[in-house]
Write a protein that binds this ligand. Structure first.
Ligand code: FO1
Length: 306
């Protein structure tokens, strides 16, 4: 049994390779939900949806989020009222948010809702688990005030200066039985190449998760999301600097040092291998850039063989 922890695009890319290995073992995916946002009364879960859309082959291929071939007529109609618009919600994508919000209002948990959405996208054999069934949201304190992470990322295009990052509601977040069970029964735990501050970080902050990982007998492997000391996409460097952290795979390894057995770093960062080994963490140097599905399959194959 393999249990992966991950967030958005980087995790989805890696996982699309992992599932193609057709291993005859269960794959659990614990997904970050601190990117979640309520827009126009609809609860949107970008990382959950990105993973479900990608792994079911429906994701918009050039954006890597949202649905292929989607249209934006409803968003255009909403712009008449002037309060929507910076967060591009496609017409087909809206169905997911309507369904999630509707089931939530009927008292279903995010775990139950995610399972229903995943099944409707044909992902029956994958166990896709939200990190928590409570609402959590990453917010960024910037020189332009406090804003939701999505506002910082999408509306403000990561331009404001980041002062600090905090997660609203994380103190009430509690790992579900399914999340804890998927960690304790795994023989391999993989931290996908996701942002250590706003994707992997929140999952590790959910009560019960980190302790379960430490207790787990699994082999624990983390894939650095940095290549040549920078993220391929997204604000990991900006957020790590704002947290007073060095932007390096060594620093990422230090964030997971209390539980990981092995760190996968990119060939461009091979000079860091010695520093990470000195932390007592086995370090494997691979080409971690996934330009296509073949690269993702190749990376997953190499990591599981190590
Ligand atoms: N990313 C953008 O850059 N622009 C958008 O307008 C946008 C809308 C959006 C809607 C639904 C959804 O599930 C994801 C969306 N994303 C958009 C991606 C999202 O902001 C990030 O990719 C993830 O949150 C990062 O992990």
């Amino acid at each position: 049994m393999i249990t992966a922890l991950g967030g958005g695009v980087g995790a989805a890319k890696f996982l699309s390779g992992l599932i193609k290995l057709n291993l005859n073992e269960k794959i659990n995916i614990i997904v970050n939900t601190a990117d979640d946002i309520t827009v126009g009364g609809l609860r949107i879960s970008p990382d959950i949806d990105t993973i479900i859309y990608t792994l079911s082959g429906n994701v918009n291929t050039d954006r890597k989020w949202g649905l292929e071939g989607d249209t934006f007529n409803c968003l255009a109609a909403l712009s008449r009222f002037g309060i929507y618009g910076w967060f591009n919600l496609g017409d087909k994508d809206l169905a997911t948010h309507l369904y999630r919000t509707h089931l939530r209002s009927l008292g279903y948990t995010y775990t139950q809702i995610t399972s229903k959405i995943a099944k409707s996208y044909g992902l029956d054999d994958l166990n896709i688990l939200p990190m928590s069934d409570t609402d959590v949201e990453t917010w960024i304190s910037t020189n332009k005030g406090e804003m939701h992470f999505q506002e910082y990322l999408v509306k403000e295009k990561m331009l404001p200066e980041v002062k600090s990052v905090y997660i609203k509601g994380i103190e009430n977040a509690k790992a579900s039985e399914q999340v804890i069970d998927s960690i304790l029964s795994a023989n391999t735990i993989i931290l996908c190449p996701s942002n250590p501050i706003i994707s992997i970080g929140p999952i590790l902050k959910v009560a019960g998760v980190r302790d379960a990982i430490k207790k787990s007998k699994a082999k624990k492997i983390a894939i650095s999301p940095l290549v040549g000391g920078v993220p391929l996409k997204g604000p990991a460097d900006k957020l790590m600097r704002a947290e007073g952290l060095e932007v390096s795979s060594t620093q990422v390894a230090k964030l997971y040092q209390d539980f990981i057995d092995e760190m996968i770093i990119d060939i461009k960062d091979k000079s860091e291998a010695k520093r990470i080994e000195k932390l007592g963490i086995k370090t494997t140097i691979l080409d971690t850039v996934m330009k296509n599905e073949a690269d993702s399959i190749n990376l997953a194959q190499k990591i599981l063989k190590t």
